[in-house]
Ligand binder design. Structure first.
Ligand code: ADP
Ligand code: MG
Ligand code: MG
Length: 880
């Protein structure tokens, strides 16, 4: 295949091949926007390199050809001593991974051509600055030299000169710095900095390919669930220079505010600077609006281009640009990352502006974003000690102990502590710490700084550029307005306002939650709530999947109902056997004759009935699926070890009670090596006479009672862990007998949570009025994973090794467990075409899984009350 594409040969839909950056550079080129000429090496080439460890042979020829074309177009050659062609070598994968991989600027400079560049530009300072940047970036990313080697040398040069910023260094200083850098390269690698421009380029290309598998890139992909086998493209782009003087500069911009979605001028600009300077917080940037004063021509051109891009992409775009001596150049664009609130606001604004329709708006918001909007906020009325205000970079309310390093953040998080990572500025190596922290606070950098961009991408709270804070990582202190905060102290940061508080600030429900609760009207003036209301309403109109909740108490049921639940998909009755009722359960287990057992059951029945009365009442008129008791009974007894010790001690003293002796015997008798696979579910009903009957009587009589009160209870009885239709027939007979005694009809269904049940679902459907997939157990039994044992033990390894991209307990494993679900639905409906089928595992609230359940034709998903809005939204999106 063709491995290299000129920018003019691609377009925005070729992301997989050209990467996002390359595809969009091509798109902008073809829109006639000012993009410096260049070409893109495909992801195919990268994959070949990663597989074989060598650059494919035909690639070199294609690159030669394209370099040649570029030289012709630019009228100068790579390495030409009097006027060199310089290029950047830039990574760019299909999915945006901001700052995760490598880019090298100014490739093509060497000891000769630096003089040519100085002469040609009339600006020796610029030429030496470009050269020192090349050696620094090349040294760090291609030669793997610790970046601090160069940073320390730069700091030393500044100190020697008494310079405040890099701008105070003149040509001679930078020339000296180049010598220092070259010496460092030699010391660190035993080799000279390569003088041949083509060698520089080839090594940089390989380094970009290799950076796909850099640790931080791997970690980022895992966090964002990006496929690790895709590879990155490489863009070779002719250089334009923002560091030619104060009439030059570099910046980043958004076509709307990525934090709120508001239209306006958003971005940061830095005069006399190159590349990453803007986001690295090296010097303080100015707001983009100031560019109008600095260089009106470039500003106007940029505004026009931003409008063009928004119109073209029909969405918020983010942009990198450079001004070279009054001439604007576009270096990157993409549909921009945004906060959850901005996603909703932008989607509905675009509908109002007539740019997209409501279906498209719904496609553009995600359940995960809605979930974020439901996080609590700081209580405005609480006492709080404001210590400073920075830039509101990524919303949320985060509280935690101050840590100053990524390592400390990770350690603390491993101990289960909540932390705020505080840095002067973050860099890509801080990713571990950012993931581990509740929030991120920096003293430098704007809305487009590394911390801000990455935090927004992860949905993490971030306040950046809190300049009053004097962050001293070495001492582990923050000094601010005369006070000192030390590592380990609690602070609270508000990513919506930029405020930083000392201590822990209490939180209150978010407006979006208040809207769902029904205490804040959609038209009360909160435009975010109005957007959410419009899109969730549309989702409700288009979705086919019903949304039920998993709830065991009337309180949860009522809340879920306010959130839009259309019934209960799973009520776990075992929670009704806890607390004071444990003693009755104990008597039930210890009973060695019918009379004792019946007495214990008789004691439990009215209690259960009371629970069902409340629950059915809270869900009046809607289906309530009640699962008969599922866990092994020894879970209700004391632990064997503790009891054995207690009894042994008592025996020593000759005071062991008869009850304890009996209890210990029972505990020993019931002990199981593999409780998950033991005496539980339907097996309990078949082995312990009267247990299921008691539960059914409680359900049925509660329904009768409510009906007498003029209500409309709709219980459904669900039998867990069925693997053979014979089991279900036997239990069903008993359940029907009890229902007939009480005189009510109640649908009787089963859970499909064993692979065998899915496979013989056609038989099981004969005895079931409905199915509900218990995908937690189905995942355990299909993989042979005991969830509680494997998650802590080795799942992180499995994720690292790419055995799966996400835990199968979090998101349904479509190939394995999903195939069983599909089979179960098909075979069940082959027997009973209108068999009602739902899912009640935790996957019912997971966006990806919801899309899968829609595809395989389930009737409803059931999830925890708080996930109901997410499920409604995603069920709507799945139906589009
Ligand atoms: P990232 O993917 O981390 O954004 P980029 O490839 O976009 O990395 O490059 C890093 C920085 O260098 C950006 O600020 C970009 O605008 C700048 N840059 C890249 N190529 C050029 C070029 N040809 N001329 C000037 N600046 C460039
Ligand atoms: Mg970029
Ligand atoms: Mg189960």
């Amino acid at each position: 295949p063709k491995l290299v594409y000129d920018f003019a040969e691609g377009n925005k839909d070729m992301k997989e091949l050209l990467g996002g950056k390359g595809a969009n550079l091509a798109e902008m080129t073809n829109l006639g926007l000012p993009v410096p000429p260049g070409f893109t090496i495909t992801t195919d080439a990268c994959r070949a390199y990663l597989e074989t460890g060598a650059v494919p042979a035909e690639l070199a020829d294609e690159i030669d050809h394209h370099v040649h074309l570029l030289e012709r177009k630019m009228g100068k050659k790579l390495g030409q001593a009097d006027d060199p062609l310089l290029v950047s070598v830039r990574s760019g994968a299909a999915a945006s991974m901001p700052g995760m991989m490598e880019t090298v600027l100014n490739v093509g400079l060497n000891d000769d051509s630096v003089n040519g560049l100085a002469h040609q530009s009339g600006n020796p300072r610029f030429a030496w600055d470009a050269y020192r940047r090349l050696i620094q970036m090349f040294g760090k990313t291609v030669l793997d030299i610790d970046g601090e080697v160069f940073e320390d040398a730069l700091d030393a040069a500044k100190k020697a000169k008494g310079a405040r910023t890099d701008l105070d260094l003149d040509a001679a200083d930078l020339k000296a710095l180049v010598e220092t850098f070259k010496r460092a390269v030699h010391e660190q690698t035993g080799r000279e900095f390569p003088q041949d421009p083509r060698t520089q380029m080839d090594l940089a290309i390989e380094a970009v390919f290799g950076s796909w598998n850099a640790e931080r890139a791997v970690l980022y992909r895992r966090q964002e669930r990006i496929d690790g086998s895709l590879g990155t493209a490489v863009n070779i782009c002719s250089m334009v220079f923002g560091n030619l003087g104060m009439d030059s500069g570099t910046g980043v911009a958004f076509t709307r505010d990525p934090a709120t979605g508001q239209q306006g001028v958003y971005g940061d600009y830095l005069q006399n600077a190159q590349g990453e300077d803007v986001v690295a917080g090296i010097r303080n940037t100015v707001p983009l609006a100031d560019l109008e004063q600095i260089d009106k021509t470039s500003y106007d051109a940029l505004m026009k281009i931003m409008a063009t891009l928004e119109g073209h992409y029909r969405d918020l775009c983010d942009i990198e640009f450079t001004v070279e001596r009054g001439k604007l150049w576009m270096l990157q664009t993409r549909v921009g990352k945004r906060t959850a609130a901005a996603a909703f606001r932008i989607a509905t604004s675009l509908v109002d502006e007539g740019v997209i329709d409501t279906d498209e708006a719904l496609r553009r918001v995600k359940g995960a974003q809605l979930a974020q909007l439901m996080f609590p906020r700081f209580d405005a009325d609480a006492d709080k000690q404001l210590i400073s205000t920075g830039i509101a970079a990524s919303p949320g309310a985060a509280v935690g102990k101050v840590v100053f390093t990524s390592a400390a953040a990770v350690e603390a998080a491993d101990r289960g502590e909540k932390v705020i990572l505080v840095r002067r500025e973050t860099n890509p190596d801080d990713l571990h710490g950012m993931i581990a922290a509740q929030g991120i606070l920096t003293s430098r950098g704007g809305k487009t700084s590394h911390a801000a961009v990455v935090a927004r991408g992860m949905g993490k709270t971030c306040v950046c550029g809190a300049e009053e804070l004097d962050v001293n990582v070495a001492q582990g202190t923050i000094k601010v307005n005369g006070t000192v905060i030390e590592a380990g102290e609690l602070i609270s940061i508000d990513g919506t306002t930029g405020e930083v508080f000392r201590g822990e600030v209490p939180v209150v429900p978010s407006p979006v939650v208040r809207y769902f609760e029904g205490t804040l009207a959609p038209d009360a003036g909160d435009d975010l709530v109005a957007s959410v209301h419009r899109l969730i309403t549309h989702a409700d109109e288009v979705r086919r999947l019903g949304t039920r909740t998993n709830a065991d108490t009337a309180e949860d049921a009522a809340r879920a109902r306010r959130f839009g639940a259309e019934g209960i998909g799973l009520c776990r009755t075992e929670h009704m056997f806890l607390g004071e009722r444990r003693e009755a359960v104990e008597r039930l287990i210890l009973a060695d004759n019918d009379a004792d057992r019946e007495a214990a059951l008789a004691e439990l029945e009215p209690l259960q009935r009371g629970d069902f009365l409340e629950l059915l009442d809270a869900m009046d008129g809607l289906p309530v699926t009640i699962r008969l008791i599922d866990p092994p009974l020894h879970e209700f007894l004391p632990s064997m070890e503790e009891l054995a010790v207690k009894v042994a001690v008592a025996r020593e003293r000759g005071s062991a009670s008869d009850h304890d002796e009996k209890l210990l015997a029972a505990v020993e008798r019931l002990h199981e090596q593999n409780p998950m696979l033991g005496l539980r579910g339907v097996r309990l009903g078949l082995v312990i006479p009267g247990l299921f009957a008691m539960q059914v009587r409680a359900i049925a009589s509660a329904a009768v009672e409510l009906r007498k009160q003029g209500k409309d209870p709709r219980p459904e009885i669900m039998i867990p862990l069925v693997g053979a239709v014979q089991e279900l027939h036997l239990v069903r007979d008993e359940v029907e007998r009890v229902l007939a005694e009480v005189g009510v009809q109640v649908p009787i269904g089963t859970m499909i949570e064993l692979p065998r049940a899915a496979v013989i679902a056609d038989q099981i459907a004969e005895a079931a009025d409905f199915f509900s997939f218990g995908t937690n157990d189905l995942t355990q039994t299909t993989w042979g994973f005991s969830r509680d044992d494997v998650e802590g033990a080795f799942f992180s390894r499995y994720l690292e090794k790419g055995i799966f991209a996400v835990s199968p307990f979090e998101s349904i494993d479509r190939e394995g467990v999903g195939a069983l679900v599909r089979t179960g639905v098909e075979r069940g409906r082959a027997t009973k075409p209108d068999l009602k089928v739902g899912v009640c595992g935790e996957h019912g609230g997971d966006p990806d899984s919801i899309h899968f359940f829609h595809e395989v034709g389930l009737d409803y998903v059931s999830c925890s009350p708080f996930r109901i809005p997410v499920a409604r939204l995603e069920a709507g999106r799945a139906a589009l």
